[in-house]
Design a protein around this ligand. Structure first.
Ligand code: URA
Length: 411
C-alpha cells in the first residue's frame, strides 16, 4: 500500500476500501505508518467523513488490532456503559462499581482526557497506586473475584485505539462521527459484552453540538453494536453545563466518592442510576439508589481500588491528597438567576489550568480545576459564591477566574 495515496484519496472525499482501512490501521499499530501520516488521515476523515461501510471497516480494524475478552461459560451477564464525553462527566467512576453490585460483570475499558473533556483513566490515576494497565488475563481474574475492572487500552487490548486516541486528543480531530464510533465501539466490542448503554452527549461541552448530530452518532453506534450481537441502548443527554459541581481530575473523583456514599449532586446521581438501570439484571432504579445510600456501592468501590493497587483505607482522606497551590473563591458580581454555565468555556479553562494535555507526552496536574460550580437555575445575590478555582499559581488562577466569569450568565 502506498500510504500517501490512501491519505490523498480520503482528503479528496473518495471512499476507502475495507483493505485500505485495515492495512492502514495495522500499519499504524505495528509502527510502519508514522504518527504524522495517521494524523493526516484523521484530519482527512474529520473533514470528509466516512460512510457506514467505511466506519464498520475502521471499527473492525481497530478491534482486530488486539485481543478480545473471553469468559468462562459460567460468567454472568457482561455489561458496560460508555459516554461520548462531556465536561465534569465522572459518571463511570460511580457507575461501574454500582453496576457490579448487581448480578453482572463490568469489564470497563475507558480512555484518558480527550479534547476538552476529561478522561476516566486520568481521574482514576489520581487515586494513589491505582493501576489502569491491566492485562486481559488479570482483568478476567478480577471479574471472577469482584465483578468489575476499570482499565485502559493496552498493547494487547485495543492497541490501535490506545495510540489513535492519544493522537486525536492533541491534533483537533476528536469531533468526527466515524472516529468516535470506531474508538468507542472497538473498545466495547473487545469487552465481549452482552449489553451496553451509551450516554450520547450533545451541546456546548460535547463533541456533538447539535442534538441531531448526537442522534446520528447514537444510531451509528447502535448499528455497529447490533451487527455484533450486543444489546445496545443509547440515551441522549444534554451537556450545556458541567455535570455535577466539579471539573478537574481529583476534584471530580472526590465528587464521585461522595456519590458512591449516597451524597453528591442530584444531576450526577440521577444520570448514574438511570444509565445503570438500562443494563442491570435484577436491580431497578430504586434498588440502585439504595446501594448508593446503604454502603453497598461504596464497599464495591473499595474492593476495586484495593484490587488495582490502591489503598481504600486512604479514600477518606482523598480530598487532601492533591491540594492545589492556589484556591480562590469566585463570587457573583450581580444578583439574579443563573441562566447558563457554559460547559465548553469551563472545559477549556480547566485544560488551560493543566487538567489536560496539549502534547501527547504532557503530564497532567490532578489538583487543578473548579469546584462548587453553581448550577443553572440557582438564584444568586451579588457576592454569593458561584465557584472556586484550583490552580498551580496566581496567574493561572486569575486567568481561569476570568474565563469562569464569562461562562456564568446571571440574568
Ligand atoms: N470516548 C471514546 O472512547 N472515544 C471517543 O472518540 C470519544 C469518547
Amino acid at each position: 500500500m502506498h500510504v500517501p495515496s490512501v491519505i490523498e484519496k480520503k482528503r479528496d472525499g473518495k471512499t476507502l476500501s475495507d483493505s485500505e482501512i485495515r492495512d492502514f490501521i495495522s500499519g499504524y499499530t505495528s509502527g510502519s505508518i508514522a504518527e504524522y501520516q495517521m494524523s493526516a488521515l484523521a484530519m482527512a476523515i474529520y473533514f470528509q467523513g466516512m460512510n457506514a461501510k467505511e466506519t464498520a471497516s475502521l471499527t473492525h480494524a481497530m478491534l482486530e488490532s488486539g485481543e478480545v475478552f473471553e469468559y468462562p461459560k459460567t460468567a454472568p451477564r457482561v455489561v458496560d456503559k460508555h459516554s461520548t464525553g462531556g465536561i465534569g462527566d465522572k459518571v463511570s467512576l460511580a457507575l461501574a462499581p454500582l453496576l457490579a453490585c448487581d448480578d453482572v460483570w463490568v469489564p470497563m475499558i475507558s480512555g484518558r482526557g480527550l479534547g476538552i473533556t476529561g478522561g476516566t483513566l486520568d481521574k482514576l490515576e489520581s487515586i494513589p497506586g491505582f493501576n489502569v494497565s491491566v492485562s486481559r488475563k488479570d482483568a478476567v481474574a478480577q471479574l471472577e473475584k469482584i465483578g468489575v475492572v476499570m482499565m485502559g487500552q493496552t498493547p494487547e487490548v485495543c492497541p490501535a485505539d490506545k495510540r489513535l486516541y492519544a493522537l486525536r486528543d492533541v491534533t483537533a480531530t476528536v469531533p468526527s462521527q466515524p472516529l468516535i464510533v470506531a474508538s468507542i465501539m472497538s473498545k466495547k466490542l473487545a469487552e465481549s459484552l452482552d449489553a451496553l448503554v451509551l450516554d450520547v452527549k450533545y451541546g456546548s461541552g460535547a463533541f456533538m453540538k447539535e442534538k441531531s448530530d448526537a442522534q446520528s452518532l447514537a444510531s451509528a453506534m447502535k448499528r455497529v453494536g447490533k451487527a455484533m450481537g450486543v444489546e445496545t441502548h443509547t440515551v441522549l443527554n444534554p451537556m450545556e453545563e458541567p455535570l455535577g459541581q466539579t471539573v478537574g481530575n481529583a476534584l471530580e473523583v472526590q465528587e464521585a466518592l461522595e456519590t458512591l456514599r449516597g451524597g453528591g449532586p442530584s444531576d450526577l446521581r440521577k444520570i448514574v442510576i438511570s444509565l445503570a438501570a438500562k443494563v442491570t439484571v435484577k436491580a431497578d432504579a430504586k434498588k440502585l439508589g439504595q446501594w448508593l445510600d446503604d454502603g453497598t456501592a461504596w464497599a464495591k468501590f473499595e474492593q476495586l481500588v484495593d484490587a488495582q493497587g490502591g489503598d481504600s483505607s486512604r479514600l477518606d482522606r482523598f480530598a487532601s491528597i492533591h491540594p492545589a497551590a492556589v484556591v480562590k473563591d469566585i463570587k457573583a458580581t450581580s444578583s439574579g438567576e443563573v441562566a447558563a454555565v457554559d460547559a465548553d468555556t469551563i472545559g477549556r479553562a480547566s485544560l488551560a489550568l493543566g487538567a489536560g494535555r496539549s502534547r501527547a507526552d504532557d503530564e497532567i496536574n490532578f489538583s487543578v480545576g473548579f469546584d462548587q460550580i453553581v448550577k443553572t437555575g440557582t438564584k444568586v445575590t451579588s457576592g454569593d459564591l458561584i465557584g472556586r478555582v484550583h490552580a498551580a499559581g496566581d496567574d493561572a488562577a486569575k486567568s481561569a477566574l476570568r474565563q469562569f466569569r464569562k461562562a456564568v450568565q446571571i440574568v
